[in-house]
Design a protein. Sequence first.
Length: 276
Amino acid sequence: MTIFKAILLGIVQGLTEFLPVSSSGHLSVAQHLLNTPEDKILFLTVMLHLGTLISVFFVYSSDIFLICKEFILMIFDVFKGKGFKINNDHRKLGILIIIATIPTGLMGIFLKDIFEGFYRSQLIIGFSLIITGTLLWTAERVHSGKRNIKQMNWIDAVIVGLFQGFAITPGISRSGSTIVGSLFRGFNKELATKFSFLISIPSIGGAVLLEAKDAIAHGTGDMTFSILLAGIFASFIAGVLAIRTLINFIKKEKLYYFSYYTWTIGSAIVILNLIR
């Protein structure tokens, strides 16, 4: 492992975590091309996810602060005997993020072995990328929703959480699937985008915690502190750029542009694997 490889992997992770093109699929392919098997750089992979997590906090710092503040105030209301009151948007958003995380977490825990098996098949990754592109194209074409946070309910959160759970499959984009799920539920595009990125916090954070034990057990190998820091910083910067780019694309109703990319890359991976 070198600083150059760590930066490249960090850029791939940061860009593809939030652009709807599948970070797991791209990172797996990038590791294969750079001859860096995942089991050899597991600790770095976990740190790259941490870098992208920081980028969400950076972009949505004001929303995250208000959600945490309202959640704490809600807990105080309960202890003061005022009951369980959800009386503003950020308080409601916090509750719905928790609800959406439950199905994702359950799928990650009970279906982990199945999903991990998919990483060994480049063919599955290729087909999954094609599916991602089809979902993005369909959602963009049929979307006409205008629902805001006030009109959102727990069923919406569960469904979007299930979409996020399926994104554990390498090649299925987490951001893409959650935005697609939100658009299918009739959310306006601003809410669909914000909710997708905010529910990534417990999802990515949980994945980091679950993988940390194995990562520590594997050790850092030949990776120095400077290599790890370079990878984290690269994934953070790339993550911020990816979030802001995707927000801009969604505002301009150009989400389907990513369909052409995932169809092309997915088809190329499938064809190459079938030829071999």
